[in-house]
Design a protein around this ligand. Structure first.
Ligand code: SDX
Length: 381
């Protein structure tokens, strides 16, 4: 095959519909609108497995036995604390520093500080992945506390990943409902096939670059409003609408301005995002538990109005907005919450790519000029 593509019909902009590789980690079935983690429908896992169990499943390929789960949670607990250089770096930053840019920098700094940064053996990648999965809730909570001018807290043992995050951010134990809600959120966002940030991580791994470079690049990709930042944008949309009475006006204006509804649409799902129904139910319960269903009510009515106007389905980010808001998480931290959940998926894909690697390098159809002749500088107009 020639180095370059030669026909326009070969071009699939955005790699839409292109099968770019094989994976056994998750199946995002756009036609059946199903999400499968290592053979389990997410409906099999939600409400039954913990995020720790699902993380183990995604990383190592099977649900853990009781002994394996005990060892896994001990590994996570023992690696939750932030290294002092990371804390010192965070505290040099202005409070207004963007949370995703800060998280991207902290992950990158973890690589700088790791003497085995460039060891790309599977064992070394696995060790780095466990460390990063364990510490990311601490990093995100620390970013939130730094932005609020509050002292950083230390993780307490014997508590799961979700409950630990809520304690580290708020400085008080979450209720069982809050801990379960965030645990389910983490499960639902843990992995999703070759989405943009995961594919970014695989592309970096494909050059035999290191784990931290792959994850730093993935954080950078997730930061975009067409991907992970849609949850923050969806909350800003709800806030702008303000009340159910304003929904129709907002919908008409958005359509008239040819703008996007944040948290709607998906490149792969041709119908309802299978995660959305779970997130909707959790957001509803959280709203009722705090006695303030306003954001859920606006969300539900907006979902209906956009369906009537444009037959668009909601995606994972839509009810994530009210869910995270009801957990008292500042809107600016929403996308870092997505990164907290997806760290498991990114890590699993880095390991899978490294285990059976082939450099990822697609073709391009050149549409620029050809056969130009050089013109000396003094003769150029
Ligand atoms: C995530 O890939 C993954 O798996 C990602 C993710 C994961 O778990 O990793 O699921 C997480 O990123 C979910 C998506 C979050 N992004 C948003 O909610 C941003 C708003 N959504 C859109 O910008 C859009 O739906 C995308 C980016 C998600 C998908 O875009 P596509 O596949 O490129 O679709 P498109 O832009 O070509 O739109 C097709 C049509 C267009 O209509 P026409 O211009 O052809 O008439 O649908 C319309 C679009 O205008 N459309 C929307 C819309 N999404 C699509 N119109 C209004 N609002 C929207 N949100």
């Amino acid at each position: 095959m020639s180095e370059q593509a030669t026909q326009p019909e070969q071009v699939r902009k955005g790699l839409e519909g292109v099968v770019a590789g094989e994976t056994s980690i998750s199946d995002v079935d756009g036609h059946r609108c199903q999400l499968i983690y290592r053979g389990y429908h997410i409906d099999e896992l939600i409400g039954r497995a913990s995020y720790e169990e699902v993380g183990y499943l995604l990383l190592f390929g099977a649900l853990p036995t009781r002994a394996q789960l005990a060892e896994w949670t001990t590994q996570l607990e023992s690696q939750r604390a932030m290294d002092p250089p990371l804390t010192a770096f965070l505290q040099t930053l202005p409070k207004a520093a963007g949370p995703m840019a800060t998280l991207r920098s902290l992950v990158s700094l973890m690589g700088v500080l790791d003497p085995s940064e460039n060891d790309t053996s599977l064992e070394s990648i696995k060790r780095k992945a466990v460390r990063t999965i364990a510490v990311i809730p601490t990093l995100v909570a620390a970013i939130g506390r730094h932005r609020a001018g509050q002292p950083l807290l230390s993780p307490t043992p014997g508590v799961g990943q979700a409950a630990t995050f809520l304690y580290l951010l708020h400085g008080k134990e979450p209720t069982p409902l809050q801990a379960r809600a965030l645990d389910a959120y983490f499960i639902l966002l843990a992995d999703h096939g070759f989405n943009a940030s995961t594919f970014t991580a695989r592309t970096v791994t494909g050059t035999q670059s290191d784990y931290y470079s792959a994850i730093t690049a993935a954080v950078g990709s997730l930061k975009g409003p067409l991907h992970g930042a849609a949850n923050r944008k969806a909350m800003e949309m709800l806030t702008e609408i303000g009340s159910v009475e304003q929904i129709e006006h907002y919908v008409q204006r958005t359509l008239a301005d040819h703008k996007r509804f944040m948290g709607f649409g998906h490149r792969v799902y041709k119908g309802a995002d299978p995660r959305a129904k779970h997130l909707k139910e959790i957001a509803k319960r959280l709203g009722e538990s705090v006695g303030e269903t306003r954001w859920f009510d606006i969300s539900e009515r907006l979902q209906e109005a956009v369906w009537q106007a444009k037959k668009l389905y909601i995606n994972v980010d839509f009810y994530s907005a009210s869910l995270l808001h009801y957990l008292g998480i500042p809107t600016e931290l929403f996308t870092t919450m997505f990164a907290c959940a997806r760290m498991v998926g990114w890590s699993a894909h880095v390991l899978e790519q490294a285990a059976d690697n082939r450099l990822i390098r697609p073709l391009a159809l050149y549409i620029g000029p050809r056969e130009l002749k050089f013109v000396p500088l003094d003769h150029r107009k």
